[in-house]
Write a protein that binds this ligand. Structure first.
Ligand code: SF4
Ligand code: SF4
Length: 453
């Protein structure tokens, strides 16, 4: 089988060996959860509970506001203690619902019996229509679990004039250190592919018809550094009519635009979205969540998180949304030495935290602990015009030139040469011998363009 790849990209050290052989462990129900009402791209959800209200696992506590938004559910059973602003791992303080556990772990399932599967077998009720699948996904508050946290029901409802003929399940997991998707693919392959079938069925008619059908092409993309997963999917994927695409181990292999280009040879236009070229990419974790919602009536109340780096026992954990980072680190036997930096996600695109008292959100794929400033960039030294950043850029941009324009406040010029196409993957900064914090310039430049538009 041919191994596929894109041009550009970099090869940071992986460090996946720390957790790739560790099965997913379920962390005990936390005594308290802090659930932010904004964990997704789009408008924050509006609280629909008040202090002293009793809730169960799966009780909706936040109502989506508008089309691009997502519902939020309680992840434990207990009592609402308060609704107050709390630091969000993505940065700003966000209104959050704080719930104390009653220890009962009582459930409120999402779907009514007529949506439930008719059997106890692995498969999902074949009679679910596209409309019903999208409705369940929406009510489950599912968002993209690969990092972007875009509401999945929106992704499954492309505009009427866009027809999707290709589905790609993204199991690349190219960020160093992270193995949450790796373990999920190894331990839940049937469920992921069943979820893939549901995605295909939902998209075939944009959710407006009850006719069923399927996308013409269905792929699952896995990086070649996961031979155990590849072995499993080589056998299973054809049974579900998915084609296995083995991707070269290279960062950022899991980026949507790169995957689409490599697998379909289609290029998402500048400023466009995958549906413009008839493709829908879904992370394997999202596919699993869709399966659980449609089969078990489970809203998105938990996810797999890799806790790694300088903790005593790195692990892959199944964690309730809203559990504090410090509880996960404690479950991994604590910090291994003085923590210097705590990152949500991986070292390339992750977000540095100011404290470990922030909650796991739907987009938390990993928690990486680094010793004192191991990952911080040293002081910039001048650009030596070596071109390494240009070679590394998977989007074919000129990172050093964009940086020069931003530095000179020439934002329109930066726009002309493609700053808005930058996917902020960090490959250029990683490759730069002068250790220039290029991403900082790109984020700043984009912000300034947004302000002036
Ligand atoms: S310019 Fe943007 S897309 Fe290109 S390597 Fe740098 S961060 Fe990635
Ligand atoms: S890699 Fe760094 S030093 Fe080399 S051209 Fe790009 S910005 Fe300049």
């Amino acid at each position: 089988m041919r191994v596929k790849s894109f041009s550009g990209g970099v090869h940071p050290r992986e460090f996946k060996y720390l957790t790739s052989k560790k099965p997913i462990e379920k962390i005990p129900t936390p005594k308290i959860v802090i659930i932010p009402l904004s964990q997704h791209t789009g408008a924050p959800a509006k609280p629909i509970v008040k202090p002293k209200d009793k809730v169960k696992i799966g009780t909706k506590i936040g109502e989506p506001q508008g089309h691009i938004s997502a519902g939020v559910h309680s992840t434990i059973s207990g009592t609402v203690r308060s609704i107050e602003p709390w630091t969000h791992p993505a940065g700003p303080t966000v209104l959050s619902v704080i719930i104390e556990s009653d220890g009962a772990d009582e459930w409120k399932r999402l779907i009514k019996p007529d949506y439930e599967s008719r059997s106890s077998t692995m498969g999902v009720d074949e009679s679910l229509t596209p409309f019903q699948i999208i409705d369940i996904v929406k009510r489950a508050g599912i968002v993209g679990l690969g990092g972007a946290a875009f509401p999945t029901h929106v992704k499954l409802s492309p505009p009427k004039n866009k027809s999707i003929d290709t589905i790609i399940l993204n199991g690349s997991e190219c960020e160093p250190y992270l193995t949450a998707d790796h373990r999920l693919m190894l331990e839940k392959p049937y469920e992921i592919l069943e979820g893939g079938k549901l995605i295909a069925r939902a998209l075939c008619a944009g959710g407006t018809s009850t006719s069923g059908g399927n996308a013409k092409k269905k792929y699952i993309a896995i990086e070649e550094n996961k031979p155990d997963v590849i072995k499993k999917f080589k056998k299973l994927a054809p049974e579900f009519r998915f084609e296995l695409c083995i991707m070269r181990t290279k960062y950022p292999q899991g980026s949507e635009k790169q995957l689409i280009k490599v697998i379909t040879n289609k290029e998402v236009p500048s400023g466009g979205l995958p549906f413009d070229v008839g493709v829908c990419v879904q992370n394997v974790g999202t596919s699993f969540a869709i399966y659980e919602a449609c089969k078990l009536g489970k809203p998105l109340i938990e996810r797999v998180v890799t806790v790694t780096g300088n903790v005593k026992e790195p692990k892959n954990l199944l964690v309730r949304i809203g559990t504090l980072f410090k509880d996960l680190i404690e479950f991994c036997s604590g910090y291994d030495g003085e923590p210097g930096k705590i990152i949500m996600g991986g070292p390339m695109m992750g977000i540095a935290q100011s404290s470990d008292e922030v909650p796991v959100v739907k987009a938390t794929s990993g928690i990486l602990v680094q010793k004192v400033n191991k990952l911080s960039l040293p002081e910039d030294i001048p650009c030596i015009r070596c071109g390494s950043c240009v070679k590394a850029c998977p989007m074919g941009l000129l990172p050093s030139k964009i940086k020069d324009y931003v530095k000179a406040s020439k934002f329109e010029e930066a726009k002309v040469i493609g700053i808005l196409d930058c996917i902020e993957c960090g490959s250029c900064a990683w490759a730069c011998p002068s250790k220039i914090n290029l991403i900082h310039y790109f984020k700043y430049g984009k912000l300034m363009l947004q302000k002036t538009s």
